[in-house]
Ligand binder design. Structure first.
Ligand code: KIV
Length: 264
């Protein structure tokens, strides 16, 4: 049966963890959805892992639409979430037009990076039938404001602010919250504070779902490996087997383990 936003809500209610992986093409979409991944994210991480850029900023809407359509053709029942690239939701009008392109290409939900300034835009999208995931914490489109890829929400003031923003964005209409690179105790507090399913990456084991970039979980990303990444292909004999092991580990909450987690 196809995964919908209701399936994710049911997972949260039952306390069952769900798995998310990025994919950018039809073949990977088929492999990961057949292996039991619940949500496929067409991340703007494709700007780094496919295009070789040093950030996600150069990715265009047309590129995201193209990759979303490719994923939609290969997908076997996962919920498809597509990233809105840098500055394509800088105004509500732009967000409505650009989200429509992604939904027409086959997305079931769009993901936006930011904080309370997105409230009006999220309400407008939600009221017009576009489910939204609000991405908080280390939001890679803000790398130049952050001065690098750094763990967010480490001091109490920043942590309180992130909790407040998650609640405000949920009240504005966000259906899912995604937390990237935040201390595990803060991610647990946010997961408790909101009714919406919370997906984590580098956010500890207590969020409702987990996401990884598929290249990272297959151990093929060149360069420094972030703390929260695990190479599942190292102990599997095929890509399919590695994805199945990832799904199993997420469901059993054995991934992420202590060594993949930021404590504070
Ligand atoms: O672009 C992406 O792949 C993402 C994940 C890292 C969450 O946003």
């Amino acid at each position: 049966m196809a995964v919908t936003i209701n399936t994710l809500r049911e997972f949260k209610e039952k306390g069952e963890a769900f798995s998310v992986l990025t994919s950018y093409d039809a073949t990977f979409a088929q492999v990961v959805s057949e292996a039991g991944v619940d949500v496929i994210l067409i991340g703007d991480s494709l700007g780094m892992v496919l295009q070789g850029n040093d950030s996600t900023l150069p990715v265009s809407l047309d590129e995201m639409v193209y990759h979303t359509a490719c994923v939609a053709r290969g997908n076997k029942g996962a919920l498809i979430m597509a990233d809105m690239p840098f500055m394509t939701y800088g105004t509500t009008e732009a967000a409505l037009e650009n989200a429509a392109e992604l939904m027409r290409a086959g997305a079931h939900m769009v993901k936006l990076e930011g904080t309370d300034w997105m409230k009006e835009t999220i309400s407008a999208l939600s009221e017009r039938g576009v489910p939204v995931c609000a991405h908080l914490g280390l939001t890679p489109q803000f790398v130049n404001k952050f001065g690098g890829y750094k763990v967010q929400g480490r001091d109490e003031r920043a942590a309180e602010m992130m909790i407040e923003h998650a609640c405000e964005l949920e009240n504005a209409g966000a259906d899912v919250i995604l937390l990237e690179c935040v201390p595990a105790p803060l991610a647990a507090r946010i997961t408790q504070a909101v009714k919406a399913p919370v997906i984590g990456i580098g956010a500890g084991a207590d969020t409702d779902g987990q996401v990884l970039v598929v290249h990272d979980m297959l151990g093929i990303t060149p360069g420094r490996k972030p703390r929260f990444v695990k190479d599942f292909l190292a102990e599997a004999d095929s890509v399919q087997g590695a994805v199945e092991a990832y799904v199993k580990a997420v469901k059993a909450r054995t991934f992420p383990a202590e060594e993949h987690t930021f404590k504070a």
